[in-house]
Design a protein around this ligand. Structure first.
Ligand code: SAH
Ligand code: SF4
Ligand code: F3S
Length: 435
């Protein structure tokens, strides 16, 4: 080991990248790296990137351009690109942006120490393999240090669904599940370090098959860990929402009443063109079954507007579906053509039309989200407090339904799990008082 070196990681994209960034920092700790929040101080800068939409991918090159003066000022600085842009573009990044020293795909993070040493020695450092070994079996052991009340835990990676618009099957590879015993050991360890809420992650987390009982079996085992108060999971595909998982929502108190279940469109014609393999009707019926098991569950979703071939009629069907479901939270995007995906070859919708549709959809989703939030006023909910709020004396946490809740009470500190009565709602948060 050499002296202390500083590592700066900037994370883009989904929660999976947040988890991976933690694991990358841990993998480099034996190399003498400690984290810094300041890129100017760093000996190694890693950008953990996202390729899902064109804008997300372009951020990588924009950020690399901004790092040029740092590299000019410090010739010992090494710059690496990790994540989904690294996987998708590989050696192309080195050609397009010569200040990059290291490129590492999401399945090769356990090889980072070796890649870092090569980059340090001025040798080419590129690894975008999908290795046969599981990176999680080879990553450094997790540290024992205390941590905050919430944590992500990746249990499944990759995707075999091949939606016609999506890069994930290419950037993350085929679906792989981590064995339940490993996940449970990591969860116990997180709880021993102070974690009270774990969010299980996977690109298709409900396709998890590392437990004989699937994701439901894993959730039930996790719920028996003393001190683990809350379990969440994301992101799910409608076709993997099985009876056992739906039943768990009604029967496992630690499983929080929030479900992110993207549908993408309300038009069967577009769903077919997207290769989603479900219909609008089957999705709405599925939501009804989930609500029968857990009536107060908050449903969240993702939508794409302006998918190739989408007509006004198709878009109206999306609005109809949204009205039928009543979402408590939602993410909606204008379709972005991604190189290498089947839909990229098809005739594109006029961008102005797609933009207008996005505005209409977002206005409806905003109204629904606000209505669901407003209904919380006067109700009691458990809040897991995470950090100080915007104003002195305030602490903010998350409700069972994942709403941010602000409470001004000197008796409350981050890490506390308290019953709170909701007294007011604002655009994206709630306020309350302890009961
Ligand atoms: N595995 C998850 C999430 C994938 S990416 C799932 O299957 O739901 C997150 C969201 O980004 C998707 O749900 C989709 O709404 C959006 N998205 C993916 N590819 C896109 C593209 N090419 N253009 C616009 N939005 C896209
Ligand atoms: Fe992408 Fe579809 Fe897989 Fe989700 S299910 S990651 S949208 S291909
Ligand atoms: Fe982006 Fe890769 Fe996640 S493309 S959304 S970082 S899986």
């Amino acid at each position: 080991m050499t002296g202390t070196r500083k590592l700066f990681i900037k994370t883009y994209g989904c929660q999976m990248n947040v988890y991976d960034s933690e694991r990358m920092a841990e993998a480099l700790a034996p190399q003498g790296y400690v984290a810094t929040g300041n890129a100017e101080d760093a000996d190694l800068i890693l950008l953990n990137t996202c390729h899902i939409r064109e804008k997300a991918a372009e951020k990588t090159y924009h950020e690399l351009g901004r790092l040029r003066p740092l590299k000019a000022a410090n010739p010992d600085l090494r710059i690496g690109v990790a994540g989904c842009v690294a996987q998708a573009e590989g050696a192309e990044i080195l050609r397009r942006q010569p200040l990059v020293d290291l490129v590492v795909g999401p399945q090769s993070y356990h090889r980072l120490p070796e890649l870092e040493a090569r980059a340090r020695a001025g040798q080419p450092a590129l690894d975008t393999d999908f290795p046969a070994e599981d990176k999680f079996d080879h990553l450094a052991a997790r540290p024992r240090a205390a941590r905050g009340p919430t944590a992500f835990l990746t249990v499944q990676e990759g995707c075999d669904k091949f939606c016609a618009f999506c890069v994930v099957p290419y950037t993350r590879g085929a679906e792989v599940s981590r064995p339940a015993a490993r996940v449970l050991a990591e969860a116990r360890d997180l709880v021993a370090r102070g974690v009270r809420e774990i969010t299980l992650l996977g690109q298709n987390v409900n396709a998890y098959h590392g437990h004989d009982g699937g994701l439901a079996g894993l959730v039930r085992d996790l719920s028996r860990i003393d001190g683990l108060a809350r379990i969440r999971y994301t992101t799910s595909h409608p076709n993997d929402m099985d009876d056992a998982l739906i039943a768990a929502h009604g029967e496992v108190p630690a499983l929080m009443p929030y479900l992110h279940l993207p549908v993408q469109s309300g038009s069967d014609r577009i769903l077919r063109a997207m290769n989603r393999k479900h219909t609008a009707e089957s999705y709405v019926a599925l939501i009804a079954r989930i609500r029968a098991a857990r009536p107060d569950i908050l449903i969240s979703g993702d939508f794409i507007v302006g998918f190739p071939g989408e007509t006004d009629e198709d878009f109206q069907a999306t609005l109809d579906l949204v009205r039928a479901v009543e979402y408590g939270a939602c993410y909606s995007f204008r379709y972005s053509s991604r190189p290498g995906t089947p839909a990229a070859e098809r005739a594109q919708v006029d961008p102005a039309v797609a933009d207008a549709r996005l505005q209409t959809l977002q206005a409806l989703l905003r109204d629904q989200q606000r209505a669901v939030q407003d209904r919380m006023v006067g109700r009691e909910t458990d809040v897991l407090f995470e950090k100080p709020g915007r104003e002195p004396g305030q602490t903010v946490g998350k409700s069972e339904h994942l709403h941010p809740v602000f409470v001004a009470d000197p008796g409350i500190a981050p890490g506390d799990l308290r019953r709170v009565r909701i007294t007011a709602t604002a655009t994206n948060s709630l306020a309350g008082v302890p009961v």
